[in-house]
Write a protein that binds this ligand. Structure first.
Ligand code: PMP
Length: 390
Protein backbone atom coordinates (compact mmCIF):
# COMPACT_ATOMS: atom_id res chain seq x y z
CA UNK A 1 0.00 0.00 0.00
CA UNK A 2 1.24 3.46 -0.89
CA UNK A 3 0.14 6.51 1.13
CA UNK A 4 0.62 9.92 -0.49
CA UNK A 5 0.11 12.52 2.27
CA UNK A 6 1.79 15.53 0.65
CA UNK A 7 -1.13 17.30 -1.00
CA UNK A 8 0.40 20.75 -0.55
CA UNK A 9 3.19 19.86 -3.04
CA UNK A 10 1.03 18.54 -5.86
CA UNK A 11 -2.39 17.01 -6.28
CA UNK A 12 -3.59 14.50 -8.83
CA UNK A 13 -6.11 15.86 -11.32
CA UNK A 14 -9.60 14.60 -10.45
CA UNK A 15 -10.75 12.08 -13.11
CA UNK A 16 -14.03 14.05 -13.47
CA UNK A 17 -11.95 17.10 -14.39
CA UNK A 18 -10.00 15.16 -17.01
CA UNK A 19 -13.29 14.00 -18.53
CA UNK A 20 -14.56 17.60 -18.74
CA UNK A 21 -11.31 18.78 -20.37
CA UNK A 22 -10.81 16.02 -22.93
CA UNK A 23 -13.06 17.34 -25.78
CA UNK A 24 -11.22 20.67 -25.66
CA UNK A 25 -7.99 19.10 -26.88
CA UNK A 26 -9.45 17.85 -30.18
CA UNK A 27 -13.19 18.28 -30.94
CA UNK A 28 -13.64 21.75 -29.43
CA UNK A 29 -10.29 23.38 -30.13
CA UNK A 30 -11.39 26.88 -31.25
CA UNK A 31 -9.58 30.11 -30.38
CA UNK A 32 -11.81 32.71 -28.67
CA UNK A 33 -10.19 35.48 -30.76
CA UNK A 34 -11.36 33.89 -34.08
CA UNK A 35 -14.46 35.22 -35.79
CA UNK A 36 -15.91 31.90 -37.01
CA UNK A 37 -18.22 29.39 -35.33
CA UNK A 38 -15.44 27.51 -33.55
CA UNK A 39 -14.16 30.83 -32.22
CA UNK A 40 -17.64 31.86 -31.04
CA UNK A 41 -18.05 28.57 -29.25
CA UNK A 42 -14.67 28.95 -27.54
CA UNK A 43 -15.66 32.45 -26.38
CA UNK A 44 -18.89 31.08 -24.94
CA UNK A 45 -17.03 28.33 -23.09
CA UNK A 46 -14.39 30.75 -21.79
CA UNK A 47 -16.99 33.18 -20.47
CA UNK A 48 -19.01 30.34 -18.89
CA UNK A 49 -15.89 29.19 -17.00
CA UNK A 50 -15.19 32.78 -15.97
CA UNK A 51 -18.73 33.02 -14.55
CA UNK A 52 -18.34 29.78 -12.56
CA UNK A 53 -14.98 30.79 -11.13
CA UNK A 54 -16.11 34.35 -10.35
CA UNK A 55 -19.19 33.00 -8.55
CA UNK A 56 -17.10 30.80 -6.26
CA UNK A 57 -15.32 33.82 -4.77
CA UNK A 58 -18.19 36.36 -5.00
CA UNK A 59 -16.43 38.32 -7.76
CA UNK A 60 -17.69 40.02 -10.91
CA UNK A 61 -17.16 38.55 -14.39
CA UNK A 62 -14.78 41.30 -15.44
CA UNK A 63 -12.66 40.86 -12.30
CA UNK A 64 -11.17 37.47 -13.30
CA UNK A 65 -7.87 37.29 -15.20
CA UNK A 66 -6.69 33.84 -16.32
CA UNK A 67 -2.96 33.18 -15.88
CA UNK A 68 -0.58 30.22 -16.04
CA UNK A 69 -0.71 29.60 -12.29
CA UNK A 70 -0.13 31.02 -8.85
CA UNK A 71 3.42 32.22 -9.47
CA UNK A 72 2.32 34.30 -12.45
CA UNK A 73 -0.70 35.64 -10.55
CA UNK A 74 1.57 36.69 -7.67
CA UNK A 75 3.95 38.41 -10.12
CA UNK A 76 1.11 40.23 -11.87
CA UNK A 77 -0.43 41.30 -8.56
CA UNK A 78 2.73 42.67 -6.94
CA UNK A 79 4.85 43.86 -9.85
CA UNK A 80 1.88 44.88 -11.99
CA UNK A 81 0.36 46.90 -9.16
CA UNK A 82 3.65 48.40 -7.95
CA UNK A 83 4.72 49.59 -11.41
CA UNK A 84 1.29 51.02 -12.26
CA UNK A 85 0.90 52.82 -8.92
CA UNK A 86 4.45 53.97 -8.14
CA UNK A 87 3.29 57.58 -8.40
CA UNK A 88 1.28 57.00 -5.18
CA UNK A 89 4.17 55.56 -3.14
CA UNK A 90 6.98 53.02 -3.12
CA UNK A 91 6.37 50.95 0.02
CA UNK A 92 4.97 47.41 0.14
CA UNK A 93 4.28 45.18 3.15
CA UNK A 94 4.45 41.38 3.10
CA UNK A 95 4.73 38.94 5.99
CA UNK A 96 7.74 36.79 6.87
CA UNK A 97 5.73 33.61 6.24
CA UNK A 98 4.78 34.29 2.63
CA UNK A 99 5.38 31.73 -0.10
CA UNK A 100 8.87 31.83 -1.64
CA UNK A 101 7.44 33.39 -4.84
CA UNK A 102 6.25 36.44 -2.87
CA UNK A 103 9.64 36.76 -1.14
CA UNK A 104 11.50 36.62 -4.43
CA UNK A 105 9.13 39.10 -6.10
CA UNK A 106 9.74 41.40 -3.11
CA UNK A 107 13.51 41.12 -3.68
CA UNK A 108 13.00 42.04 -7.34
CA UNK A 109 10.95 45.09 -6.35
CA UNK A 110 13.61 46.14 -3.83
CA UNK A 111 16.13 46.19 -6.69
CA UNK A 112 13.70 48.42 -8.57
CA UNK A 113 13.30 51.34 -6.21
CA UNK A 114 10.59 49.92 -3.92
CA UNK A 115 11.02 49.26 -0.22
CA UNK A 116 9.46 46.15 1.27
CA UNK A 117 8.71 45.59 4.97
CA UNK A 118 8.54 41.97 6.08
CA UNK A 119 6.16 41.71 8.96
CA UNK A 120 7.26 39.34 11.77
CA UNK A 121 4.76 36.74 12.98
CA UNK A 122 4.08 35.11 16.36
CA UNK A 123 5.17 31.61 17.46
CA UNK A 124 2.28 30.12 15.46
CA UNK A 125 3.08 32.03 12.27
CA UNK A 126 0.22 34.49 12.69
CA UNK A 127 0.31 38.15 11.66
CA UNK A 128 -0.51 40.73 14.36
CA UNK A 129 -2.83 43.54 13.22
CA UNK A 130 -1.31 46.21 15.49
CA UNK A 131 2.16 45.39 14.20
CA UNK A 132 0.82 45.55 10.65
CA UNK A 133 -0.74 48.96 11.29
CA UNK A 134 2.49 50.27 12.80
CA UNK A 135 4.39 49.42 9.57
CA UNK A 136 2.04 51.45 7.36
CA UNK A 137 3.54 54.74 6.14
CA UNK A 138 2.20 57.44 3.79
CA UNK A 139 4.26 55.67 1.09
CA UNK A 140 2.53 52.27 1.55
CA UNK A 141 0.61 51.25 -1.57
CA UNK A 142 0.19 47.48 -1.20
CA UNK A 143 -0.11 44.80 1.50
CA UNK A 144 0.33 41.15 0.48
CA UNK A 145 -0.53 38.49 3.07
CA UNK A 146 -1.32 34.89 2.15
CA UNK A 147 -4.64 33.46 3.35
CA UNK A 148 -2.92 30.58 5.12
CA UNK A 149 0.55 29.07 5.30
CA UNK A 150 1.18 26.32 2.75
CA UNK A 151 3.68 24.87 5.24
CA UNK A 152 2.39 25.07 8.81
CA UNK A 153 -1.27 25.61 7.91
CA UNK A 154 -1.83 28.71 10.08
CA UNK A 155 -4.79 30.79 8.88
CA UNK A 156 -4.35 34.58 8.91
CA UNK A 157 -6.99 37.11 10.06
CA UNK A 158 -7.72 38.00 6.42
CA UNK A 159 -11.01 39.91 6.85
CA UNK A 160 -9.43 42.14 9.52
CA UNK A 161 -6.34 42.79 7.40
CA UNK A 162 -8.59 43.60 4.43
CA UNK A 163 -10.65 46.01 6.50
CA UNK A 164 -7.54 47.78 7.79
CA UNK A 165 -6.10 48.09 4.28
CA UNK A 166 -9.42 49.41 2.91
CA UNK A 167 -9.67 52.01 5.71
CA UNK A 168 -6.15 53.21 4.95
CA UNK A 169 -6.73 53.28 1.17
CA UNK A 170 -4.04 50.62 0.58
CA UNK A 171 -4.53 47.79 -1.93
CA UNK A 172 -4.67 44.31 -0.37
CA UNK A 173 -3.43 41.18 -2.17
CA UNK A 174 -3.84 37.66 -0.81
CA UNK A 175 -2.34 34.43 -2.16
CA UNK A 176 -5.11 31.94 -1.34
CA UNK A 177 -3.49 28.85 -2.83
CA UNK A 178 -3.03 26.98 0.47
CA UNK A 179 -6.61 27.71 1.59
CA UNK A 180 -8.40 26.94 -1.69
CA UNK A 181 -10.92 24.16 -1.30
CA UNK A 182 -10.60 24.29 2.49
CA UNK A 183 -12.08 27.72 3.32
CA UNK A 184 -14.97 29.38 1.44
CA UNK A 185 -13.51 32.42 -0.34
CA UNK A 186 -15.32 35.75 -0.59
CA UNK A 187 -13.52 38.84 -1.89
CA UNK A 188 -16.29 41.17 -0.68
CA UNK A 189 -16.45 39.73 2.86
CA UNK A 190 -12.66 39.91 3.15
CA UNK A 191 -12.15 43.32 1.41
CA UNK A 192 -9.63 41.81 -0.99
CA UNK A 193 -8.42 43.81 -4.01
CA UNK A 194 -6.14 41.23 -5.64
CA UNK A 195 -6.33 37.47 -5.07
CA UNK A 196 -4.20 34.60 -6.37
CA UNK A 197 -5.72 31.20 -7.12
CA UNK A 198 -4.34 28.06 -8.68
CA UNK A 199 -6.13 25.25 -10.50
CA UNK A 200 -4.04 22.31 -9.28
CA UNK A 201 -4.70 23.16 -5.66
CA UNK A 202 -8.34 22.18 -6.18
CA UNK A 203 -7.51 19.04 -8.25
CA UNK A 204 -7.55 20.81 -11.59
CA UNK A 205 -4.65 20.73 -14.11
CA UNK A 206 -1.26 22.34 -13.48
CA UNK A 207 -0.40 25.46 -15.47
CA UNK A 208 -3.67 27.37 -14.93
CA UNK A 209 -4.47 30.04 -12.38
CA UNK A 210 -6.46 33.17 -11.79
CA UNK A 211 -5.76 36.64 -10.52
CA UNK A 212 -8.86 38.33 -9.12
CA UNK A 213 -8.54 42.08 -9.78
CA UNK A 214 -11.18 44.25 -8.11
CA UNK A 215 -12.91 46.69 -10.41
CA UNK A 216 -11.01 50.00 -10.38
CA UNK A 217 -7.63 48.42 -9.48
CA UNK A 218 -5.13 49.19 -12.24
CA UNK A 219 -2.17 46.95 -13.14
CA UNK A 220 0.67 47.17 -15.62
CA UNK A 221 0.65 44.02 -17.78
CA UNK A 222 3.74 41.82 -17.51
CA UNK A 223 2.98 39.79 -20.65
CA UNK A 224 2.34 41.95 -23.66
CA UNK A 225 0.87 40.66 -26.90
CA UNK A 226 -2.54 40.27 -28.55
CA UNK A 227 -4.49 42.00 -25.78
CA UNK A 228 -6.37 38.98 -24.35
CA UNK A 229 -7.76 39.17 -20.80
CA UNK A 230 -8.55 42.87 -21.23
CA UNK A 231 -4.95 43.59 -22.16
CA UNK A 232 -3.71 42.67 -18.67
CA UNK A 233 -2.47 39.22 -19.68
CA UNK A 234 -1.94 38.56 -23.37
CA UNK A 235 -1.62 35.15 -25.00
CA UNK A 236 -4.16 32.72 -26.46
CA UNK A 237 -6.28 31.38 -23.61
CA UNK A 238 -5.61 27.84 -22.40
CA UNK A 239 -9.22 26.74 -22.97
CA UNK A 240 -8.80 23.07 -21.98
CA UNK A 241 -6.98 24.13 -18.80
CA UNK A 242 -9.57 26.77 -17.96
CA UNK A 243 -12.40 24.25 -18.52
CA UNK A 244 -10.50 21.96 -16.12
CA UNK A 245 -10.18 24.68 -13.48
CA UNK A 246 -13.87 25.51 -13.81
CA UNK A 247 -14.87 21.84 -13.46
CA UNK A 248 -12.61 21.61 -10.41
CA UNK A 249 -14.34 24.65 -8.88
CA UNK A 250 -17.79 23.13 -9.46
CA UNK A 251 -16.82 19.83 -7.81
CA UNK A 252 -15.22 21.67 -4.92
CA UNK A 253 -18.30 23.85 -4.42
CA UNK A 254 -20.47 20.75 -4.07
CA UNK A 255 -18.12 18.75 -1.87
CA UNK A 256 -16.13 21.22 0.24
CA UNK A 257 -18.25 21.29 3.41
CA UNK A 258 -18.22 17.48 3.81
CA UNK A 259 -14.63 17.18 2.69
CA UNK A 260 -13.36 19.69 5.23
CA UNK A 261 -15.03 17.71 8.03
CA UNK A 262 -13.48 14.47 6.79
CA UNK A 263 -9.97 15.93 6.47
CA UNK A 264 -10.14 17.72 9.83
CA UNK A 265 -11.01 14.34 11.37
CA UNK A 266 -7.85 12.80 9.86
CA UNK A 267 -5.74 15.80 10.92
CA UNK A 268 -6.99 15.74 14.52
CA UNK A 269 -6.59 11.99 14.86
CA UNK A 270 -3.01 12.13 13.58
CA UNK A 271 -2.04 15.09 15.77
CA UNK A 272 -3.51 13.51 18.90
CA UNK A 273 -1.90 10.11 18.43
CA UNK A 274 1.52 11.39 17.38
CA UNK A 275 1.80 13.89 20.25
CA UNK A 276 0.57 11.24 22.74
CA UNK A 277 2.79 8.42 21.52
CA UNK A 278 6.05 10.15 20.62
CA UNK A 279 7.94 11.86 23.47
CA UNK A 280 9.51 15.25 22.72
CA UNK A 281 7.25 15.84 19.75
CA UNK A 282 5.56 19.18 19.07
CA UNK A 283 2.99 20.65 16.72
CA UNK A 284 4.15 23.50 14.45
CA UNK A 285 1.61 26.15 13.50
CA UNK A 286 -1.56 27.30 15.23
CA UNK A 287 -3.38 24.76 17.41
CA UNK A 288 -6.87 25.80 16.22
CA UNK A 289 -6.63 28.38 13.41
CA UNK A 290 -5.14 25.87 11.01
CA UNK A 291 -6.08 24.36 7.67
CA UNK A 292 -8.24 21.24 7.91
CA UNK A 293 -5.71 19.13 6.00
CA UNK A 294 -2.47 20.13 7.75
CA UNK A 295 -0.53 18.31 10.50
CA UNK A 296 3.01 19.65 10.93
CA UNK A 297 5.28 18.18 13.60
CA UNK A 298 8.67 18.74 15.10
CA UNK A 299 10.66 15.92 16.72
CA UNK A 300 13.59 16.77 18.95
CA UNK A 301 17.08 15.48 18.09
CA UNK A 302 16.34 14.00 14.65
CA UNK A 303 16.45 15.22 11.08
CA UNK A 304 13.29 15.61 9.01
CA UNK A 305 15.16 14.21 5.99
CA UNK A 306 15.96 10.92 7.78
CA UNK A 307 12.31 10.66 8.81
CA UNK A 308 11.19 11.27 5.23
CA UNK A 309 13.51 8.58 3.87
CA UNK A 310 12.39 6.05 6.49
CA UNK A 311 8.75 6.83 5.67
CA UNK A 312 9.53 6.54 1.96
CA UNK A 313 10.90 3.01 2.57
CA UNK A 314 7.50 2.16 4.05
CA UNK A 315 5.64 3.69 1.07
CA UNK A 316 4.53 6.88 2.84
CA UNK A 317 5.13 10.23 1.10
CA UNK A 318 5.28 13.30 3.36
CA UNK A 319 7.31 16.56 3.35
CA UNK A 320 9.79 18.44 5.50
CA UNK A 321 8.97 21.94 4.29
CA UNK A 322 7.66 23.70 1.22
CA UNK A 323 8.08 21.57 -1.91
CA UNK A 324 9.06 24.78 -3.69
CA UNK A 325 12.34 24.91 -1.73
CA UNK A 326 12.77 21.43 -0.26
CA UNK A 327 15.76 20.58 -2.45
CA UNK A 328 17.84 23.28 -0.77
CA UNK A 329 19.52 22.54 2.55
CA UNK A 330 18.27 25.78 4.05
CA UNK A 331 15.73 25.38 6.84
CA UNK A 332 12.21 26.61 6.06
CA UNK A 333 11.99 30.41 6.33
CA UNK A 334 8.47 29.98 7.73
CA UNK A 335 9.64 27.82 10.65
CA UNK A 336 12.54 30.16 11.40
CA UNK A 337 10.08 33.08 11.42
CA UNK A 338 8.08 31.35 14.16
CA UNK A 339 11.19 31.49 16.35
CA UNK A 340 12.56 27.96 15.86
CA UNK A 341 16.32 27.35 15.86
CA UNK A 342 17.80 25.86 12.68
CA UNK A 343 18.17 22.41 14.27
CA UNK A 344 14.56 22.51 15.49
CA UNK A 345 13.30 23.49 12.05
CA UNK A 346 15.29 20.62 10.52
CA UNK A 347 13.46 18.11 12.72
CA UNK A 348 10.09 18.94 11.15
CA UNK A 349 7.71 16.76 9.21
CA UNK A 350 4.57 17.83 7.34
CA UNK A 351 1.52 15.78 6.41
CA UNK A 352 -1.16 17.31 4.18
CA UNK A 353 -4.24 15.18 3.51
CA UNK A 354 -6.41 15.44 0.42
CA UNK A 355 -9.32 14.13 -1.61
CA UNK A 356 -7.79 10.72 -2.28
CA UNK A 357 -6.66 9.88 1.24
CA UNK A 358 -8.51 7.39 3.41
CA UNK A 359 -8.52 6.82 7.17
CA UNK A 360 -6.19 3.84 6.57
CA UNK A 361 -3.46 6.34 5.58
CA UNK A 362 -3.75 8.04 8.99
CA UNK A 363 -3.70 4.71 10.83
CA UNK A 364 -0.62 3.65 8.91
CA UNK A 365 1.35 6.74 9.97
CA UNK A 366 0.21 6.33 13.58
CA UNK A 367 1.50 2.75 13.48
CA UNK A 368 4.84 3.22 11.75
CA UNK A 369 6.06 6.68 12.79
CA UNK A 370 6.65 6.09 16.56
CA UNK A 371 9.08 3.14 15.98
CA UNK A 372 10.85 5.10 13.19
CA UNK A 373 11.40 8.06 15.53
CA UNK A 374 12.61 5.74 18.29
CA UNK A 375 15.07 3.98 15.97
CA UNK A 376 16.48 7.24 14.58
CA UNK A 377 16.85 8.67 18.05
CA UNK A 378 18.85 5.62 19.16
CA UNK A 379 21.29 6.47 16.36
CA UNK A 380 21.37 10.18 17.27
CA UNK A 381 24.29 11.23 19.51
CA UNK A 382 22.33 14.41 20.21
CA UNK A 383 19.42 12.52 21.74
CA UNK A 384 21.59 10.28 23.91
CA UNK A 385 23.38 13.30 25.32
CA UNK A 386 20.07 14.98 26.09
CA UNK A 387 18.77 11.92 27.88
CA UNK A 388 21.86 11.72 30.07
CA UNK A 389 21.57 15.36 31.10
CA UNK A 390 17.82 15.35 31.79
N1 PMP B 1 1.64 30.22 -3.54
C1 PMP B 1 1.52 29.21 -2.68
C2 PMP B 1 0.94 29.46 -1.31
C3 PMP B 1 1.94 27.91 -3.04
O1 PMP B 1 1.83 26.89 -2.17
C4 PMP B 1 2.49 27.70 -4.33
C5 PMP B 1 2.97 26.33 -4.73
N2 PMP B 1 1.91 25.42 -4.83
C6 PMP B 1 2.59 28.81 -5.20
C7 PMP B 1 2.17 30.04 -4.76
C8 PMP B 1 3.18 28.66 -6.58
O2 PMP B 1 2.39 27.84 -7.37
P1 PMP B 1 2.87 27.43 -8.86
O3 PMP B 1 4.24 26.84 -8.69
O4 PMP B 1 1.84 26.43 -9.28
O5 PMP B 1 2.87 28.65 -9.70
Amino acid sequence: MNSYIDDQSAKPVDPRVIEAMTPYFHERFGNPSSLHGEGDEATKVLEGCRRTIAGFMNAGLDEIIFTSGATESNNLALIGYALRNKGKGNHIIISEVEHISIHNIAKYLEKNEFTVSKLPVDQYGKVNLHKLESRITPETILISIGYASNEIGTIQPIAEIGQLAREKGIAFHSDTVAAEGLIPLDVVRDSIDLMTLSSNDIYGPQGVGVLYVRKGIRLNPLIIGGGQERGVRSGTENIAGIVGMSAAVEIMGREMAEEVKRLAGYRDKLIKHILDRIPKSHLNGHPTDRLANNAHFRFEAIEGESLLLSLKDEGVSAATGSACSSKTLEPSHTLISTGLLHEEAHGSLEFTFGRFNQEADVDRVIEILPPIVERLRKLSPLYKKEEVTT
